[in-house]
Design a protein around this ligand. Structure first.
Ligand SMILES: Nc1nc2c(c(=O)[nH]1)N[C@H]1C(S)=C(S)[C@@H](COP(=O)(O)O)O[C@H]1N2
Ligand SMILES: [Mo]
Length: 316
């Protein structure tokens, strides 16, 4: 593999696959019903029938030829969000009453422009994009998800990290009255995650406020969550209320809970097994046969250079 420094890769290269998905959808749809009959309406009707929900749209990032968006039904009913229960279908059930307005986001720590934002003001400067990303859970299942959001780097640049800022720490809302799972001690609340500053600044790191072109459903982390596509899903923290620039590596929740099983880096790595199961393969939700897990979840060309010189067995 040709490894280049992240700084040498222009964002335009990362989006060079633009329209790939649309074109492939078009070809598949045309094959099914005949090009003569094609109209935008028949195309979206076809998609809707197949997916039982909104049609995926967006720029594909790092997708493989056999990747297609995971149906809306699965994306919104098979969730990990322990604040609303530990079962996969608990969040869809238990998060319905969760209110996400008003919502404030604190940006603080080593920045020259700390602020407490109302959600709307936090989002306002940013142009939202639809991006289709692969998503790999540490539990060896995966999905392909059309998120809506913007690069976290854009937001961080506005806050102006100082030279002391080396990591970014993210915190989920703590409110056991509104998040029933927090009444149990299954995890240390609030849920905390962290990234090294270069990881946080990487153009693929997405601040997410929507999925399938709609505002995030509560079970997917409304109103604001992260998605870091080359890392196991637990790094992609939901319902964020605080973004803090810090000097030391943040103490992330899953590492606190089981440090022998979940590290700080959590890069998708088929060569490093979880102590209780292999990470070499994964089950794509909605499929029967297992797939091979790809290094950095298929984003190695874009992100591997951030880890050169690191022992990825130690830094798991
Ligand atoms: N606050 C919070 N964020 C969280 C979790 C959680 O339990 N609480 N689960 C994580 C895990 S393990 C995964 S796989 C993803 C799941 O995101 P999804 O349900 O939108 O697919 O969210 C991550 N973010
Ligand atoms: Mo996960």
């Amino acid at each position: 593999m040709l490894i280049r420094r992240a700084a040498d890769i222009r964002p335009s290269e990362i989006t060079s696959e633009t329209l790939y998905w649309n074109r492939r959808e078009w070809i598949a749809a045309a094959g099914a019903i005949g090009v003569a009959a094609m109209s935008p309406t028949s195309l979206s009707a076809l998609g809707a029938a197949r997916q039982q929900g909104p049609v995926a749209r967006g720029t594909p990032y790092g997708l493989q030829p056999n990747d297609k968006p995971t149906p809306w039904e699965d994306v919104t009913n098979y969730n990990n969000f322990y604040e609303f229960g530990t079962g996969k279908d608990d969040p869809a059930q238990n998060a319905q009453e969760f209110t996400t307005r008003p919502w404030t986001v604190k940006v603080d720590g080593f920045v020259t422009k700390p602020a407490d934002y109302q959600l709307e003001d936090f989002l306002k400067p940013h142009k939202l994009e639809d991006r289709i990303y692969r998503h790999r859970c540490v539990e060896a299942w995966s999905m392909v998800i059309p998120w809506r959001g913007f690069s976290l780097s854009e937001m961080l640049k506005r806050a102006e990290p100082t030279s002391q800022a080396k990591f970014v720490e993210f915190t989920t809302l703590l409110d056991p009255r509104r998040m029933p799972g927090q009444r149990s001690s299954v995890l240390d609340w609030p849920y905390i995650e962290g990234l090294r500053l270069d990881e946080a600044m990487h153009p693929l790191t997405l601040m997410v406020n929507g999925v399938y072109g709609r505002d995030l459903p509560n079970q997917n982390g409304a109103p604001l969550r992260l998605h870091v596509p080359w890392k196991y899903g637990f790094k992609s923290i939901k319902s964020i209320v605080r973004i803090r620039l810090v000097e030391k590596e943040p103490v992330n929740t899953w590492k606190v809970s089981q440090s022998s099983e979940y590290g700080f880096y959590a890069n998708v790595n088929p060569e490093v097994d979880h102590p209780r199961w292999s990470q070499a393969t994964e089950r794509r939700i909605g499929e029967f046969l297992k797939r091979k897990t790809l290094m950095f979840n298929g984003y190695a060309d874009q992100v591997a250079s951030m880890y050169t010189g690191m022992d990825l067995r130690k830094n798991y």
